[in-house]
Ligand binder design. Structure first.
Ligand code: SAH
Length: 213
């Protein structure tokens, strides 16, 4: 299979054509080898327009959703980013390409370890990993320029808002357990600004400031 061609095709037919316009986001989505983050049996589907299972009842997000959330983070090269839900590590790689440093929390140890192995092999050394409850944020390294949660919460977890830098951006799916809206929270001089990017469907964010197990 020609993965580079599949990626180019993914960028054109799933991202550009649907309004993803951030050049840096399109560039890295055309570069990061998504097929290395899925199970071997699913490799041929890696660049398809849907999420895929990654084990432990979790999923790697659909390429369009990864691009949409990343674009909303408006990352700059010197930004520090908190990611909640390392999962396969694919979104982590995208963030590591676009920001200075990524702090990534995953509650399932096996997933964190597997993701780390691939990301190390690919040479992403600007990532710090933690196994634990990301709904509480990561106080030691706060505040962050950008925060992304790749699992759905009943409400915006307050600790994440509190750990945003001035002008910082938080993207988090909020809703019930079956469907959510992609919410962007920005910390601005006047306080907080919220925007809704539309409907989505994620696995549960499980933790103190999210769903019970
Ligand atoms: N960005 C990942 C998405 C994985 S699915 C990818 O594209 O591969 C969401 C992940 O969030 C799951 O791995 C799940 O275990 C994790 N998760 C759920 N609640 C969490 C919490 N409170 N803290 C950290 N990780 C959490």
């Amino acid at each position: 299979m020609d993965y580079e061609k599949s990626r180019k095709n993914m960028v054109e037919t799933q991202l550009s054509s649907r309004g993803i316009s951030d050049k840096r986001v399109l560039e890295v989505m055309g570069k990061v080898p998504r097929h290395l983050f899925v199970e071997e049996a699913l490799i041929s589907q890696a660049y398809n327009d849907h999420p895929l299972p990654i084990g432990q009842k979790q999923t790697i997000s659909q390429p369009y959703i990864v691009a949409l959330m990343t674009q909303a983070l408006m990352l700059k090269e010197d930004d520090r980013v908190l990611e909640i839900g390392t999962g396969s590590g694919y979104q982590t790689a995208i963030l590591a390409e676009l920001a200075d440093k990524v702090y990534s929390i995953e509650r399932i140890r096996e997933l964190s370890q597997k993701a780390r192995k691939i990301l190390d092999e690919l040479g992403y050394f600007n990532v710090l990993y933690k196994v634990g409850d990301g709904s509480k944020g990561w106080k030691e390294y706060a505040p962050f320029d950008a925060i992304i949660a790749t699992a759905g919460a009943p409400d915006v977890p307050q600790p994440l808002v509190d750990q945003l830098e001035m002008d910082g951006r938080l993207v988090v799916p909020v809703g019930d357990r079956y469907s959510q809206e992609l919410i962007v929270v920005e910390r601005i001089k006047e306080g907080i600004r919220k925007t809704n990017l539309g409907g989505c469907r994620f696995v549960d964010l499980v933790g103190e400031y999210a769903w019970d197990e």
